[in-house]
Design a protein around this ligand. Structure first.
Ligand code: HPA
Length: 287
């Protein structure tokens, strides 16, 4: 196997050919978390390519539905969406989990918008809330940049102090106001999963300064910062984290709430994407 960079370049070229992407266009990339499955159906002029047809991507995820990249337009904005995320708890290392985000950066995405489902630790967060991720705490002890640094992509020791790009944060706040959607703010802590946290772990995360917990997103944010891709994250709070409410947690509950929120989430993205595209400059594709 070549380096991650070579593989990302190869994968990006294959995706560009399959999706007939115009190299002069710098799209907004969106990684779709639980409950945003309908996003792809909202795109005008959609084209898609399965992970199975792209070099460097694992074939299927544990979720059973195949991952794919979808291109199209939403609210007039060229969009590239990743449907079907890879997670560390499926057995992938962090570099593999973040590989699709690397490819989106190599393809010249002007911004990376990450979405997920999360449990609320902050008592002010209720199931059904949408939360702008202001910062994160990586509790997985994993980092996608471990190994030889890819100088062509970014520095050995990237700065994460502005990983959640202020211009996109502002654009998201404006979009929420304009769309009349309440948007909370909070720090996201990532655990590896797949078991949900214990009540003691949830108390620990709260003491550490987290507002929500989940099992994704951090690896993608780190590669975006590495490649200087402006980034933002939105969590759909699907449940009170373990021990916050006195009842057991189920995946069914997470999926059901995520589905209930989907319409509002899509509305927020529709208002946000044009503002996001205007808030950050176009980037050049590497491949
Ligand atoms: N913990 C971890 N991941 C999650 C949760 C949670 O409570 N809810 C949705 N994803």
């Amino acid at each position: 196997m070549g380096s991650w960079t070579d593989l990302a370049l190869e994968c990006a070229r294959a995706a560009r050919a399959a999706l007939q992407l115009d190299p002069a266009v710098s799209p907004v990339a969106v990684v779709l978390g639980s409950g945003l499955g309908a996003f792809g159906d909202q795109l005008a002029s959609p084209r898609s390519v399965s992970f199975a047809d792209l070099p460097g991507l694992p074939r299927a995820t544990v979720l059973g539905h195949e991952g794919r990249l979808v291109s199209g337009e939403l609210a007039g904005v060229p969009v590239l969406a990743q449907q079907g995320r890879l997670h560390g708890y499926e057995g992938h290392d962090a570099a593999t989990v973040a590989f699709p985000a690397r490819v989106l950066g190599v393809l010249g995405a002007r911004a990376l918008v990450l979405t997920n489902a999360a449990g609320g630790l902050n008592p002010h967060l209720q199931p059904g809330d949408l939360m702008r991720i202001t910062d994160h705490i990586n509790l997985t002890a994993r980092n996608p940049l471990v190994g030889l640094n890819e100088e062509r992509l970014g520095p050995r020791f990237p700065d994460l102090s502005r990983a959640y790009t202020p211009a996109l944060a502002e654009a998201l706040e404006e979009a929420a106001r304009e769309a009349g959607i309440a948007l909370r703010r909070g720090v996201y802590a990532q655990f590896l999963g797949p078991s949900y946290e214990t009540p003691a772990e949830v108390r620990m995360a709260r003491i550490l300064g987290a507002d929500a917990v989940g099992m994704s997103t951090v690896p993608e944010v780190i590669v975006a910062a590495h490649q200087s891709v402006p980034c933002c994250g939105i969590s759909c709070i699907t449940n009170h984290a373990a021990g916050i409410a006195d009842k057991p947690l189920t995946h069914q509950e997470v999926v059901a709430v995520a589905q209930q929120v989907e319409g509002r989430f899509l509305q927020l993205l529709r208002a946000f994407l044009p503002r996001a595209a205007a808030a950050v400059p176009a980037r050049k594709a590497l491949a």
